[in-house]
Structures are given as C-alpha cells and as structure tokens.
Ligand binder design. Sequence first.
Ligand code: CTP
Length: 432
Amino acid sequence: MAEERIGVGAAEAQADSAKTDVAAPHVLVAVTGGVAAYKACEVVRGLQKAGCDVRVTMTAEATAFVGPTTALTHHGVLTGLFATGHEAGDPIAHITAAEWADAALVVPATANVIAKLACGIADDALTTALLALPATKPLLVAPAMNVHMWQAAATQANVMTLTARGVRIVSPETGRLACGDVGEGKLASFDAIVAATLRALGPSSEGLLAGRRVVITAGPTHEAIDPVRFIGNRSSGKMGFALAKAAAAAGAQVTLVAGPCDQPTPAGVDRVDVISAAQMHEAASSAFTAADVAICAAAVADYTPAAPADHKLKKGREELDHIDLVRTTDILATLSADKGDRVVVGFAAETNDLIANAQAKLARKGCDLIVANDVSRADSAFGSDTDRVTFVTADGCKELPTLTKAQVADEIVKKVAALLGEKQAGEPAWRS
Ligand code: CTP
C-alpha cells in the first residue's frame, strides 16, 4: 500500500496559488480513513488554485490510504497529538491549527469521525483540532462510506446533530461505491466540495444588492445581412448569465438583456431577448433609466451591415462579395456617459498588455470598473469554465486568483456593491 500512496497537496498546486492582493483564506482540510481519501488531494489542489492557503490534518487510518507528504503542503501535516505539527515543535499544534483556520473541511468524513464529531470525542490530533475550532468558524463535512453505513440510524442521527449545530454537510452522491454496492454514500463531486468551502468562507454577497436594480447585457449579437444570414460571434453568454444569477442572489432586481444564446434564465431574473446590437442598445438604455447598476458583459458586434436586405440575397444575381458595414453604438460608453452616481461595469478580453489595454478602455468608455480577462491563458480562454481576471478601476488594479465563472460573478457583485457604497451617500439620481 505504502508504495502507492499519493501525497496530500502538490507542489505545482502551491505554485498555481498565485500571489494576489486578495488575502488568502485559511482552510484546514481534515482527511479521515476512507478509500476516498485520495480525492482529498484533488480538493486540496482545487482550494489552493482558488487562492486558499491550506493545511492538512489526518487520522492515522487516513495515512494508510494517502501519504502525509509534509513538505508539499509547505506547512507539514498534523497527524499526531505528540508527534508532528504544522509548526515544527509546537506542543499545541491542534490548537494552533484551529486558531489559524478560517474554515475546516472534513474530506472524506467516515461514519466513525462523524460520530466522534457529534459526541465531541477528541482522541487524536484531527478530532481534537476540530473540537477546538471556534463555533464562529464554518465546519464542512463531506461524508463518504458504504450505503448501509450512511443510512444507519446512528449515522443519520449524528448528521442531524451536526446540521443542527450549523455544520455544513456536503451531501454524498448516489453511485457505485468502493465496496461494490450501488447507492448513496459516494463522496460529493470535487466541484461541489470546493464550491461549498469557498461559499462558507464568504463574506457572502447575500443581501449586498438588496433593493438595487441591475441591468446586465449578455451573449452575442447577430447583425442581419439578409433574412437568413448574419454576422455573429461565439460568445456563450455564460459570464453574463452567471452575473445575473449572482446579482439576483445578492437581492437585486435584475434585467438581463440577452443576445441569441442557449443559457437557461436564472430564477427571479427578468430576461429581455434581443438579436442585434441596436436592439440590445435600446433595451439596455431603457432598463438603465430606472437602474442603479449596468454590467455590460455582452460580446456586442462592433459593426453591422449598413443596408440589410429584406429578402434572401442570391449569389448569382446580387453582390455578395462585399458588405458595407457601419459601426454599432457602444452600449457601455453610452450608458457610462449618462451614469451620474450610478455604477457601470465593462469587460475587456485581451491577449497582451492586459492592464495597459484595460486601463485605456476604462478611460475611453468612461465606466467605473473594467473586468480584464487574459484570454491567452488556458485557465481563462474562451469557452473555459474558469477565469483569471483583474479588476481595473481609477484607483488601481486587483488581480484575482483563478476562479469559476460563478465565483468571478460573485466577486464582481461584491465589488459593485462596494463601488455603489462609495459613490452614493444618498439616493441615486434616477430615484429623485
Ligand atoms: N461593448 C458594448 N457595446 C458595443 C461594444 C462593446 O457595450 N457596441 C462593451 C462590451 O459589452 C464590453 C466592452 O464594451 O463590456 C468591450 O469593449 P470593446 O471595445 O468591444 O472591446 P474589444 O471588442 O475587445 O475591442 P478592442 O478591439 O478595442 O479591444
């Protein structure tokens, strides 16, 4: 078994955890002795990639599945009350770990450790550190076990006890289990565990935009050449729709002006479907008259055919070898020109000179914030589920770590709320 051990944490992941001016949240990952222990490595890596500083504690049983590769987490792994700690020579390493942590995550959580947590048993370094975790700090538990162990009345009662105390259970999934049984008990997905941990770390955007009206443009536009042909682009609309979801979750009344795309409408969002840049401009301008915030996430066509045909052009008879184009209206610049003390946000997708180009765009468009995206990076490319963005404002730049689009949307919502707070001591112009 020992030869096949996999280290918890990886040097390359630590390198991925980019240096940013976002304070890195501290996560104590507690690995207990189940077959799914190897998946903790991926979770540690995911948290590091999302910008977290991670320390690991393991039970003795967990070390039979996964090697405590001390050096690779840069902190040491806490495995014994008297043996080793995150800080070499620390006689109370379990207390130090609990104080250091902003949140703790048990992954995978065995039935045995869940029972110990429910009863307050602290008979090793891991359970002692978790018992020492102040109640104000989030504790997440991601169970993984045989279906009958999971469904056992004792386990379910213990889970209810933990839930009642505010412990967040990242529910196991149904599937084929290591023991061969099929049923509930499979460790939740990597994405679900990392996302739940990041959510727990907060600060939550909940309520940050309560009572605010937000207009968001999303997706591509299609510029008609004739009734069957158009000029378009490959925008998926994912970012704009993630923003609509995040702003609605933060309490805003959201109008989503969407170009042609397949994304489902987030709950509670008013969606206005448009096709062309001109229609998007009209819908966004109209919604902005009674809004506090505009976020222009759409990939609007810069040019449109000057004279679209009202019938399908025939290549044999009509000139199809060139199309006269005219510039579309810049929606972001137009809304910014009329914003007063309201907040307007734009995006910049760049392949080089990211910050210089974004700063130039901020000035040219007159908006409050440019979300600059380096699309030359693999973790930020078109169609990617993650983004690596930098917030560019008149006050400076803030580089965020690699995040999912949903997390980027949440960070934008928080930034917008902060900008609104700075700009509006009283009521916005549209309310008076
Ligand atoms: N935008 C807009 N209306 C347009 C064009 C762009 O609202 N007609 C907005 C986009 O939604 C985005 C930002 O402007 O927020 C992007 O700026 P843009 O000048 O289009 O950037 P690029 O297309 O990258 O242009 P450039 O070639 O100048 O980099």
